[in-house]
Design a protein around this ligand. Structure first.
Ligand SMILES: Cc1ncc(COP(=O)(O)O)c(C=O)c1O
Length: 373
């Protein structure tokens, strides 16, 4: 089997159209029809589609991206204009009548709420009682590791629950992409990622991807995507291709960094008066966690501090963490999460760890937290 880093750099070689080593930026939204009139067929005469016609349907760098995603995500992938566009594609295609959903990215919940408003979609919790109500064709959606805490849920547990009712399990794996976690190995039916985060990795593009196990379903998702107008854009495709080349180096460094930082904070918790708690998969003791994340933990964790006022002040005392939302980029970020999530504990700060020297990040956290002692 070809390794992850080789696939990231070479899986799309067969789709090269020019001899350039770096795939060119391709901005054309439309492509010339055949010059030979005898080859032209009207749509109702069994029009034989040429590869590229209009970029809402398909364009060269999106095809290259999907070839790479197919290899590295172990399924049939469909690229979208954002993570939320991917989730919207999922809900539109599978069209469940009932969804079991718990805490997860609020944008995904907002999409479910639109479906509840427009079509009467029923939403349940993850309680045993609620999961028992699921019917064939329904959906369980989980996010693991979970935003903003960075903690894990057992994919296998939810896969077994869904399948015992003839329902499907979708997993938002944004917080621990390959090689950290492969939800298909634990029974997921659909995997989604906000590729804006780790795959993009430079905080300069929006993209999403859905992965399914069947080519027939991929084809249907692609058809819906064309009608919904949610294909990944030309320029973003170029940026994402560029990013994927170095993805493995970044995610492994980010994962190594977070393990060191969380260990430092956990070992020294008592030394920081304002640090009340911290959450991350590496601190969980359940057996499934290490099995699900065999190659390292996701680079996001959260801390709880003494008060809302301190949570507001801490970001400005850090030198190497930009105070901003989002995650997954090469630069470390901190966010007083109450700024973007109306339902969150206002003493929580979320950290997204980048690829800086971990000792610098640790020293920075040490001085900022100690400054309140
Ligand atoms: C876990 C998770 N899923 C989905 C999304 C939505 O992705 P996008 O911003 O690319 O639409 C986000 C965005 O922060 C996220 O954190």
């Amino acid at each position: 089997m070809t390794g992850l880093s080789t696939n990231l750099i070479h899986a799309d070689d067969s789709k090269n159209r020019v001899s350039d080593i770096v795939t060119p930026i391709n901005v054309s939204t439309t492509f010339r029809y055949d010059d030979d009139p005898s080859l032209l067929r009207a749509a109702d005469e069994g029009f034989e589609e040429q590869e590229f016609v209009y970029s809402r349907e398909k364009h060269p760098n999106q095809v290259k991206l999907e070839v790479i995603f197919d290899e590295i995500l172990n399924g049939h992938s469909v690229a979208y204009s954002s993570g939320l566009a991917a989730f919207y594609g999922l809900i539109t295609h599978f069209n469940p009548k009932q969804v079991a959903v718990g805490p997860c990215y609020h944008g995904c919940l907002n999409i479910l709420n639109i479906h509840t408003r427009n079509f009467g979609l029923k939403q349940f919790s993850y309680s045993e009682e609620d999961l028992d109500k699921l019917q064939p064709g329904d959906l369980i959606h989980i996010e693991t590791p979970l935003n903003p805490y960075g903690t894990s849920k057992s994919i296998k547990y939810f896969a077994d629950k869904a399948h015992s009712k003839g329902a499907l399990l979708s997993v938002d794996s944004t917080f621990a992409p390959v090689p950290l976690q492969d939800p298909f190995k634990f029974g997921a039916d659909i995997v989604m990622h906000s590729a804006t985060k780790y795959f993009g990795g430079h905080s300069d593009l929006l993209a999403g991807v859905l992965v399914v196990k069947s080519f027939e379903i991929k084809e249907k998702l692609v058809e819906d995507r064309m009608h919904l107008g949610s294909n990944i854009a030309n320029l973003e495709s170029y940026l994402l291709l560029r990013s994927l080349r170095s993805y493995e180096l970044r995610i492994n460094k980010q994962s190594e960094n977070v393990a060191k930082i969380v260990k430092f904070l956990s070992d020294n918790k008592k030394n920081f008066k304002i640090l009340k708690d911290l959450t991350h998969s590496s601190l969980q003791t359940e057996d499934f966690v290490k099995k699900q994340l065999p190659n390292g933990f996701g680079p996001v964790f959260s801390i709880f501090v003494e008060s809302k006022e301190i949570a507001k002040q801490l970001p400005s005392r850090l030198k190497y963490f930009h105070h901003a939302t989002s995650l997954g980029g090469v630069e470390s970020l901190v966010e007083w999460r109450a700024l973007s999530d109306p339902h969150i504990d206002q003493t929580l700060l979320r950290f997204s760890i980048g690829v800086e020297d971990p000792n610098d990040l640790i020293n920075d956290l040490d001085q900022a937290l100690s400054s309140f002692n």
